[in-house]
Design a protein around this ligand. Structure first.
Ligand code: ADP
Ligand code: MG
Length: 326
């Protein structure tokens, strides 16, 4: 059977009048049916751009210069507009991280939900769309869904607005749910309620999910597989989150773990923070050569190969499998 989603060596640049910003530098990811995959990376590492690239929805100045994306075996980068719209409206449900900004401020939430339903079901009668809107609000545990259809986004709390966005993402029963930093800025209780909801939906509908976050704690709790995104590519990946937490091998992963409360082992900072969000990406060698405390001559010369250090666990670092100086 085809994989649900496969991104292969994506290179994305943004071309502004002043500069070319290299954002994805060979991003690859696979999602199989039933997977919950975490993508973890610091702010600016390219998480949202990777998601946008995978549904071929980059901003105008962005361009996929190399690479491929397959959704159930279909070539996403060659899809016509209508197939793409269907992909984004019903096959993949993206939950973004800015609920208020993503909802139209002066259109009642019921109308927005119904429009979303109708974009995947153009022949649906109004009553059918309305019923699905109510069910979607019920699914995300919004009380009194019938009454809430008329509410404007501005009348909702942050947590409620985030639930509406989840309802929007789920109304057409997507095969893949993508939560892009979906709980950043919400308080911890609301955060776990929302992540629980997403997890329950994945199990109930036998769909799959990608959880994008800077928080390894979230990944440890909800995901089965995990990829660590650094400067536009996955530098460490494991089919097992537990394995990665115990045996993190990339200096960048170890640095992220050092900042995560409650991880099972002691790690320390091995990579300096990015000097700016728009870090300079070197053309040659390891992407992290200017930030890594272990950098040696080979790191400046040659890009690190992918090394499998345990079954299903690989890392791109010249140090992999070698004794490291602490
Ligand atoms: N439209 C754009 N024009 C130029 N640079 C962009 C644009 N969108 C994103 N970027 C750059 O791409 C990098 C990754 O952004 P993003 O994927 O949003 O990061 P995050 O990992 O925080 O989601 C950032 O350095 C950002 O400045
Ligand atoms: Mg983002």
């Amino acid at each position: 059977m085809d994989k649900l989603l496969q991104a292969e060596e994506l290179f994305v640049n943004f071309y502004t009048t002043k500069e070319t910003v290299r954002v994805l530098t060979g991003f690859s990811l696979e999602v199989e049916h039933g997977d919950i995959v975490g993508i973890v990376g610091e702010s600016g590492s390219g998480k949202s751009v990777a998601i946008a690239a995978m549904i071929n929805l980059l901003e105008k100045t962005g361009r996929i210069d190399r690479g491929a994306v397959w959704f159930e075996g279909a070539d996403v980068l060659q899809m016509d507009e209508e197939t793409l719209r269907n992909l984004r409206c019903s096959e993949v449900g993206v939950i973004p991280n800015n609920p208020k900004g993503m909802l139209h401020p002066i259109v009642p939430i019921g109308t927005q939900l119904m429009n979303r339903y109708c974009s995947a079901h153009p022949d649906a009668k109004k009553e059918e769309a309305r019923r699905h809107a109510v069910e979607a609000l019920e699914m995300v545990q919004i009380p009194d869904p019938e009454k809430r259809l008329h509410v404007l986004p501005s009348e909702l709390s942050g947590g409620m607005a985030q639930r509406v966005l989840i309802a929007m993402a789920l109304i057409n029963n997507p095969k893949l749910i993508v939560a892009d930093d979906a709980t950043t800025g919400l308080d911890v209780t609301v955060q776990s309620q929302i992540l629980d909801l997403i997890e329950a939906q994945v199990h109930k509908t036998h769909s799959s999910a990608i959880m994008v976050t800077h928080d390894l704690g979230i990944v440890a709790q909800y995901c089965k597989k995990v990829g660590i995104l650094c400067m536009g590519r996955i530098v460490e990946y494991s089919d097992s989150v537990e394995e990665l937490l115990q045996m993190a091998a990339h200096p960048y992963t170890r640095t992220l773990l050092a900042a995560t409360p409650g991880v099972p082992r002691e790690y320390c900072d091995e990579v300096n923070p990015a000097k700016s969000a728009r870090h300079e990406i070197s053309a040659q060698g390891c992407l992290l050569q200017n930030r890594c405390k272990h950098c040696t001559e080979i790191c400046c010369r040659t890009a690190p190969p992918k090394t499998e250090i345990a079954p299903g666990h690989w890392v791109e670092c010249h140090l992999a499998g070698k004794e490291r100086e602490s």
